[in-house]
Design a protein around this ligand. Structure first.
Ligand code: PAF
Length: 293
C-alpha cells in the first residue's frame, strides 16, 4: 500500500495508471475509519485494478462553529485498517495543497442541496461537492463509492456527476449498522455510554415507520408523526428534522407513490446524528432487509 501526500504525485500516478489501461476505484473519506468505511472499500476493491482511498478532513464542508477542530484524526490507525482490505493507494493531501491561499472556485448543486441537512448546515454540500470534484479530477477514478447513510450527499454527488458530464460511475453502499441498529458514524464516538444507548431509538422508529408503510400507510405525515413521537419519548433527543423525500429528486413527498427515503437528523447531547430508511421498492434496501432477517 502506497501513501501519496501531494496533488502532483497523485495526479501523475492516476495518469500513469490510466495510460496503462488500469481501472481505478475510489473511496473518499475523512479518515477515522470504521467498519462502514471498510465495507465501502471491500465493495470498491473488485470493481477495478487499483483501489484508491483519500483521507482528508475537508474544512470547506464544516460550517463555522461546528466540529472541524475536534473531528477525530487517526491517520496511523487508518493506515493499519486500510491495508488488510486491499487498498493500493492512500491519498492524504495537505489542506494547503488542496486549498491554496488564492483558491476561489466552488461547486454548488442547487436543488438537491436544499432541504434535509441542507437547511441546517449552510454551505455543507457546496463544500462536499467542491472537494469531491477536486478529488475526482486528481484521482481520475472510473468508479467511486459513497455510503447511503449520507443519502443527500450521495444524491448531490450523482447530480453533480450528471450535470457536469463527469466520466465516473457513482455507486451507493447500504448503511452499515452496529448490532443494535445504530448507523455507523465517526461521530458515534462522541456519545457517552448513556447517549449511545438512547441513540438506538433512531433506527428503531425508522423501522417502525417502514413496517407501517409496508402495512399500507402510504401518507408521509402519519409516518413522520409516529417517528417524531417515538423520539420525543426520550427528552434527551432533540429532533432537527424527520421527513420523507423522493429517492431521486429529494423533493418532499406527501403521498408515497414512488420509492422514497425517510430521513432524520437529531442532536443527542452535543452530537448530531443522521439516519434514513428507504420506503418502497429500492434494490439496496431489499439487500439490507435480507441481511437483517
Ligand atoms: O462522507 C464523507 O466522509 C465526506 O463528506 C467526503 C465524501 C469524504 C467529502 O469530504
Amino acid at each position: 500500500m502506497r501513501v501519496i501526500k501531494t496533488v502532483p504525485e497523485m495526479s501523475e500516478e492516476a495518469a500513469r495508471l490510466r495510460r496503462e489501461g488500469k481501472r481505478i476505484s475510489f473511496v473518499p473519506t475523512m479518515g477515522n475509519l470504521h467498519e462502514g468505511h471498510l465495507s465501502l472499500m471491500r465493495m470498491a476493491k473488485p470493481l477495478a485494478d487499483v483501489l484508491v482511498i483519500s483521507i482528508f478532513v475537508n474544512p470547506l464542508q464544516f460550517e463555522p462553529g461546528s466540529d472541524f477542530d475536534a473531528y477525530p484524526r487517526t491517520f496511523e490507525e487508518d493506515l493499519k485498517k486500510s491495508e488488510p482490505v486491499g487498498v493500493d493507494i492512500v491519498f492524504a493531501p495537505m489542506e494547503s495543497d488542496l486549498y491554496p491561499e488564492d483558491f476561489q472556485t466552488t461547486v454548488e448543486v442547487a436543488e438537491v442541496s436544499k432541504g434535509l441537512c441542507g437547511d441546517f448546515r449552510p454551505g455543507h454540500f457546496k463544500g462536499v461537492a467542491t472537494v469531491v470534484l477536486k478529488l475526482f479530477n486528481i484521482v481520475q477514478p472510473h468508479v467511486a463509492i459513497f455510503g447511503e447513510k449520507d443519502y443527500q450527499q450521495l444524491v448531490v454527488i450523482k447530480r453533480m456527476v450528471k450535470d457536469l458530464n463527469l466520466n465516473v460511475e457513482i455507486r451507493g453502499h447500504p448503511t452499515v449498522r452496529e448490532k443494535d441498529g445504530l448507523a455507523m458514524s465517526s461521530r458515534n464516538q462522541y456519545l457517552s455510554p448513556d447517549e449511545r444507548r438512547r441513540a438506538t431509538r433512531l433506527y428503531r422508529f425508522l423501522k417502525l415507520a417502514k413496517e407501517h408503510y409496508g402495512k399500507g400507510e402510504h401518507k408521509a405525515a402519519p409516518l413522520i408523526r409516529m417517528v417524531k413521537e417515538g423520539l420525543a419519548e426520550d427528552s434527551s433527543i432533540k429532533v432537527e428534522y424527520v421527513s420523507v423525500h423522493d429517492l431521486e429528486t429529494l423533493k418532499p413527498v406527501d403521498d408515497i407513490v414512488r420509492p422514497a427515503v425517510m430521513a432524520l437528523a437529531v442532536h443527542i447531547g452535543k452530537t448530531r446524528l443522521i439516519d434514513n430508511i428507504f420506503l418502497g421498492n429500492n434494490l439496496t434496501q431489499r439487500r439490507n432487509d435480507r441481511k437483517e432477517q
